[in-house]
Design a protein around this ligand. Sequence first.
Ligand code: LLP
Length: 430
Amino acid sequence: MDHFPYRDRDLYCEGIPAFELAERFGTPLYVYSTAALVGRLEELHTAFAELNPLVCYSVKANSNLGLLKLMAGHGSGFDVVSGGELHRVLRAGGDPGRTVFAGVGKTDDEIRDALRLGVMLFNVESEAELEAIDAVAKAEGVKAPIALRVNPDVDPKTHRYISTGKKESKFGMDIDRALRAAESVRGREGLAMTGLHMHIGSQITSTEPYARAAAKAAELIDRLRGMGHDLRWCNMGGGFGIDYRGGESKPIASFAEVMVPRLKPTGCRLAMEPGRSIAGNAGILLSRVIFTKQSGDKRFVIQDAAMNDLIRPALYEGFHRIWPARVPEGVPSWPDDFEAAIPGTEPRDVVGPVCESGDFLARDRHLPPLHRGDLLATFSAGAYGMVMASNYNTRPRAAEVLVDGENARLVRRRETIDDLIGPELVGLEG
Ligand code: LLP
């Protein structure tokens, strides 16, 4: 969280104190750092430079138009999984010719749209999808550029909900099926196989699964070329893990170290689809304490961000560091270990106002004494935070702010109750 330092016990995002942002824009508030986003993108470009990489930022991680515009402006391509995400890319000034389109359930309308816009590659997940893309492309009088999504059957050793590269996954095809599918592509007028795609999972903190996947990709590229396919792209997906607790992730360069030598001999350009590794630690969620409460031996901090704002703890038991935005005297400004008993703290559950026992951001977390109105920061919230937010309990979604040095720009206003109930008024006419 390099761009979220504590100075004199106050949390900053780049050059702006968090409490100023909270006062100006209200809470709950997502705050993103431009320097962190651009820095990570550049780190990826540098680490994989030998493979002439195209970073296709994975829009699903954080699809705010302000972020997408920033990414596009710094040379990023995009990875989209729906017609909706593709239109976000267009709105943000992104280039469809540098955009890959993935997803197991593309509709004919989405395929047609993507073809007309000229996407760079369709990541194809099944034989049925090959047929559908072929048919739509023929009707449009074009050849669709495709990459088969292959499951290399490596275990990425991550949470089972976000592991995708194993044989028994709804995504992609195993190697034998992919080879058979590749045979069938040769006879199809509407398809040109110009790439290979793999994505083995998300929040992967070990380099070993990437080494194995890259080796399998290189071998497969040879075989596909042997069938006459003109493969130019090797898309290795996303998945690089980040620090949620601190110290568990690896630098991007160490993933490059195992992948580059295995992929270089193929002569393919590398495409990749990182989401979390770009946006995850470029964002925090600010919230204010509403009440504190004790039930039996348990102490609760009830604050204004809830599971509808950040669902990762409830859904994946995701761990996010949480710390006051203004740290009281006698307590470390940034503890080395957020799971330890930190001096001056006591364990509390950090919960939201939603009516579910699963509505928590943290459990038994050591925190300093907190009071009504205190500001809390939940870290590593830039990816899979706001994009997974809902309106459960008719809660308007949070505002989002993009900070650049001393400037803060509102990139999504806070929703109003009218935003939420507007579409329903349709049924109440007359
Ligand atoms: N490419 C494909 C085909 C994917 O399925 C994903 C993520 C990515 C790229 C981007 O992966 P990343 O670099 O962000 O790890 N909501 C979950 C994560 C779901 C990931 C889904 N696919 C979470 O909050 O942990």
